[in-house]
Design a protein around this ligand. Structure first.
Ligand code: DGJ
Length: 719
């Protein structure tokens, strides 16, 4: 038997250990807590620590780093390929490894009979402790290889992790969090919509049953991919639980020609013993330092937006937009985003997509005058586009009906009256680049809101093969080409709200439109979910109109503002129509947001929820913290226990102030508010340890109330 050795990657709190032998399939030995430098138990090969179970094959081993199909392994195969039905069994064996730096491992596996090789890459980020994995499959044979499945990675979950946290949703109801026990038969979720989706965004949390928001062992997983995907918690036949994630391929859509390769998207894993917040924080740190690519190399203060959509929809009238810009500037807006409706024939959603130049009827002198006006008011200008789409009623479609994905002999399937363009065709991407580049080159446009408003159907390319996957790299390439041509440009990823919010898009974009639902009560749940995945500075959160267009419900202006404050803040309401009091409230909260955004957009986020349904969001840096407390339903009890804030344990003394509030405390009119008054005036001092162990006192509040506090650390000499 070949001599085995251990390969390991170590972070500050995390270790990865693999058992490797030439000529064998490497196996996982550990992913989880940091292990000592010298390992003793691990010196025993995995196979020596077990005994053959009755009814099994005559061999033992651990979890293969790349489970294959057809050789007796009954766990979910990471790879399913064949050549017109042949070479359907794979038996990959290690032929080498490299550790180019202490944080990176590269394993090479080959199967000479099936004529394939795979490289598996593992990188443990020294700064964030996030483990990133991906695979590259090579067709070393002389005939085409059909790929039915190729996971980015298959990773054993620490034994105590038997619960699952995931997200579901639909339009205007994104990032709805659910937690459940992993069923005995395992769990699997496929997304086949062509975009990362409202229904099943590419992320899961796997957690111990005693884990909660702040304590317990948790693995957070996100796949950096914007198309179809599969997440599985595979309960192997021996009972072990493995996480497998990667793309989901449509039948026949991926074929590797001889000598070619396919690289999977990256799967990112954050392990923590500090609960859901701890695991989220790992990934968010990684996103900030490794995923985001800001123009100029660093994030600048996130400008407060005004988005025209819910104010005017498709009805673009110059005088209205000029007034709206004036009104927006007067409340402190810094970026005016002209949404859908600016290009020819776009009086509703039935026409125009594809014709990316200003509508001469609505904009007889082009966009220049409006942009100049916006600039004269001290704001940047942003523009909505939906480049991947075409309306049959458009000049583009009339000239190139074959550019839309479609299936010969089958009807065109419309969604919002539009079709998906085949971006993998060079002439299509070139057209889109040329048209968008022309608009961007003609005007100082700081920002594009990049929308995508339908799922795929009958989505085949010219050769009749389904072309859902090839769309995604072509989309990324188009975004990169535009960014290279316009290095200062920022882009927002939007797909009918938060239907394409993922780390694949966020490598090329700087903001995500969280939801078309601007109802602040709905937003508390939506933003709580999204904040498990993404740092607040990426999360578009707008003050919408009342009643909210998505729900018909109304909340006070202050409540809407308090919720929108915890994100990349913006306004979607028609500021022209606001009464004096609401306009002043909006201006006040925008100013407050600006004073807090440095903390909100760089600090560590954590969240909690009391038994009474009170939600809190805390963002902390070394010297500052901001706490938001929100109620959405009537209280069950007349006493509100203090909010325990575990992440402030041992953080020393803080000076606390109440900066903003919405709604009302539920108290007798004659009851003095001594604590509240103190926090509103000079403030009060607290120890971080008191906040962690005893809790921050908040009043019992009516539904749709909010309190926003700031904490400034007090130097030890003064504490
Ligand atoms: C869907 C987006 O989510 C909205 O914000 C808006 O941009 C519309 N599309 C415009 O058609």
């Amino acid at each position: 038997m070949a001599m085995s050795r251990l390969l390991r990657l170590d972070g500050q709190n995390v270790s990865v250990v693999l058992e490797f032998a030439l000529g064998q399939m490497p196996v996982w030995r550990h992913f989880g807590a940091r292990l000592p430098d010298t390992l003793l138990l691990h010196a025993w090969p995995a196979a020596r620590l077990q005994r053959l179970a009755p009814g099994t094959l005559d061999r033992l081993g651990g979890l293969p780093v790349l489970p294959c199909f057809g050789n007796g392994e009954l766990g979910a195969p990471a790879l399913r390929v064949h050549r017109a039905g042949l070479d359907a069994v794979q038996d990959l064996r290690a032929t080498g490894f490299a550790q180019p730096d202490p944080q990176t491992l590269q394993l090479t596996l080959e199967d000479a009979v099936a004529s394939i090789s795979v490289q598996l890459f593992l990188h443990l980020c020294a700064d964030s402790d996030v483990l990133s994995l991906h695979s590259v499959l090579h067709n070393t044979g002389s005939t085409p290889l059909t790929l039915d499945h190729l996971a980015s990675a298959t990773v054993p979950m620490p034994a105590a992790l038997q619960e699952l946290g995931s997200f579901h949703g639909q339009w205007s109801h994104e990032f709805q969090w659910t937690r459940q026990a992993v069923p005995q038969v395992g769990w699997q979720r496929d997304n086949r919509s062509g975009r990362s989706s409202h229904e099943a965004p590419p992320a899961v949390f796997v957690l111990a049953s005693d884990a909660g928001e702040h304590t317990g062992e948790v693995v957070a997983a996100q796949l950096a991919w914007s198309g179809n995907h599969r997440f599985a918690l595979d309960r192997a036949d021996d009972g072990r639980l493995n996480l497998q994630a990667g793309e989901w391929f449509a039948p026949g859509e991926v074929q590797l020609a001889p000598g070619t390769s396919l690289a999977t998207p990256l799967l990112h894993l954050g392990w923590s013993k500090a609960g859901l917040n701890g695991a989220s924080a790992r990934l968010q740190r990684y996103i900030r330092s490794q995923v985001l690519q800001w123009p100029g190399g660093r994030m600048r203060a996130r400008p407060v937006h005004l988005n025209t959509w819910e104010a005017v929809y498709f009805d673009h009238q110059a005088d209205v937009l000029f007034d709206l810009a004036r009104a927006a500037a007067s409340v402190g807006v810094e970026r005016f985003v002209l949404d859908d409706g600016w290009f020819p024939a776009r009086k509703d959603d039935r026409a125009g997509l594809g014709d990316w130049w200003p509508d001469p009827a609505k904009y007889p002198e082009g966009l220049g005058p409006l942009i100049a006006h916006v600039h004269s008011l001290g704001m940047e200008f942003g523009l909505w586009v939906e480049p991947e789409m075409v309306n049959p009623d458009s000049e583009l479609f009339r000239a190139h009906p074959d550019w839309a994905l479609q299936l010969a002999g089958r009807a065109l399937v419309l969604g919002r009256n539009q079709l998906v363009l085949d971006l993998s065709r060079p002439e299509v991407s070139a057209y889109l680049f040329d048209k968008l580049h022309a608009v961007l080159a003609a005007h100082p446009i700081a920002y594009l809101k990049w929308d995508m408003n339908r799922i795929f159907a009958h989505a085949a390319g010219q050769d009749g093969r389904l072309a859902m996957r090839s769309q995604i790299p072509a989309l990324y390439a188009l975004l990169e080409r535009l960014r290279a041509a316009h290095p200062q440009l920022e882009i927002e990823t939007c797909a009918s709200g938060g239907g394409r919010a993922d780390l694949g898009m966020l490598r090329h974009t700087q903001r995500l439109w969280t939801s078309d639902n601007n109802d602040a009560v709905s937003r508390v749940a939506i933003q709580s979910g999204a904040a498990r995945l993404f740092p607040l500075e990426l999360m578009g959160s707008h003050v919408g109109p009342a009643p909210a267009h998505a729900t018909g419900r109304s909340q006070s202006m202050a409540f809407r503002c308090a919720v929108a404050c915890f994100g990349h803040m913006g306004v979607e309401a028609d500021v022209r129509q606001l009464g004096e009091a609401d306009r002043a409230t909006l201006a006040h909260w925008i100013a407050l947001h600006k004073s807090l955004r440095e903390v909100l957009h760089s600090g560590r986020f954590s969240q909690g929820r009391t038994v009474d349904g009170v939600v809190w969001w805390l963002v902390q840096t070394a010297g500052q913290a901001v706490l938001g407390v929100f109620t959405v339903s009537p209280p069950n009890y007349s006493y509100q226990p203090g909010l325990r804030l575990p992440s402030l344990a041992g953080s020393g003394a803080w000076q606390a102030r109440l900066l903003g509030s919405a709604g009302q405390a539920r108290a007798r009119g004659d009851a003095p508010d001594v604590w509240g008054d103190a926090l509103r005036s000079g403030g009060g001092r607290v120890q971080g340890e008191e906040l962690a162990q005893v809790g921050w006192p908040v009043p019992v509040m009516h539904p749709e109330s909010a309190l926003v506090y700031s904490f400034s650390s007090v130097p030890a000499s003064e504490g």
